[in-house]
Design a protein around this ligand. Sequence first.
Ligand code: SAH
Length: 373
Amino acid sequence: MSQIDVVKENLIGLNRPELSETLIRLGVPKSKLKMRVEQLWNWIYVRGCRDFWDMSNLAKEFRDLLAQNLTLEVPDCKVRKISVDGTRKYLFKGDNGHEFETVYIPEEGRGTLCVSSQVGCTLNCTFCHTGTQAWVRNLTIAEIVGQIMAVRDDLNEWPKEGSTYKSEQRLISNVVLMGMGEPLYNFENVRDAMKIVMDGDGLSISRRRITLSTAGVVPGIKRAGEEIGCRLAISFHATTDEIRDKIVPINRKWNIATLLDALRNYPRVTNSDRITFEYVMLKNLNDSDEDAHRLVSLIRNIPSKVNLIPFNSWPGSNFERSTPERIANFAQIIYNSGYPSPVRTPRGEDIMAACGQLKSETERLRRKPVSVK
Ligand code: SAH
């Protein structure tokens, strides 16, 4: 057990009160606590500092104390792939060597980071590659916040000393919880991570630039509205329970009517904070004109937009993408009914970074203890 004694506490992922407690344990006097927390917070989340020795406004002895007892660790990037369209996919290694993926999507005037919340997924949506990977574990707060920090490192996006910048100029201006996993099944860690990400004196990404995507974990939807306050996207994908039961199996637990009820009551729904309905276009399965009309009547009275996602194929998948004409007709019906209906251009397909293509090799945690040489 002596090994555990030497494990240094990772400061990344702690909120301010937790950071205070840690500093109290290290003997920081109460009178200096607030200042020390602010200094550290600034170094970590404004400047992206990862080495206590670089924190030049702290006394040498204090830096030494920090370095001996604490660390600043973000997930390790094992592989980075860059698509011809500029999309970047990162394979990260977190605690225990578990792997997960993050995707950076640069666009005109903005850049979106697609963040994972779990290693693997429990949901088994039949058209999703991640769904074929067994659920392994929830990501920690540090691993969730750390994805943003590590990609900022890679993009060299930490502001130089003394400079500030506006959200619109940022490389990572938006965050979507649309990577591996179901964020509402890792609620506390996702919430606490997003609170750090939204902190105005830190990473400072506003709640309106954060979108949490769920397949429809109804009890979590209300909590997300109350406790996170970010935008919401729903992986809807079908207009009848019969089809949705098959392709998004969580529908058997919370069906379409129950889900829509939760959305009508989502505390944040206004016209400027609309809900996004994601709808994967699957040939001859959910892409008919009747589906489009049904979709519109289901979401009526919910301020929303519909994101149409052409199905992205992966090895072993049994679905086909709808034709461009079908997608265009479908989009037109929704648009004519008064809802924006953009068709999402697949990004990073050549590096398997598009929606639903993420998967890591990490399989379910083995019961066997890891052998130590
Ligand atoms: N579990 C959450 C977060 C994942 S978001 C959720 O379901 O919302 C990833 C989005 O990509 C979801 O809308 C998902 O349904 C969609 N998706 C999954 N597989 C896809 C595929 N092969 N092609 C296109 N979109 C896919």
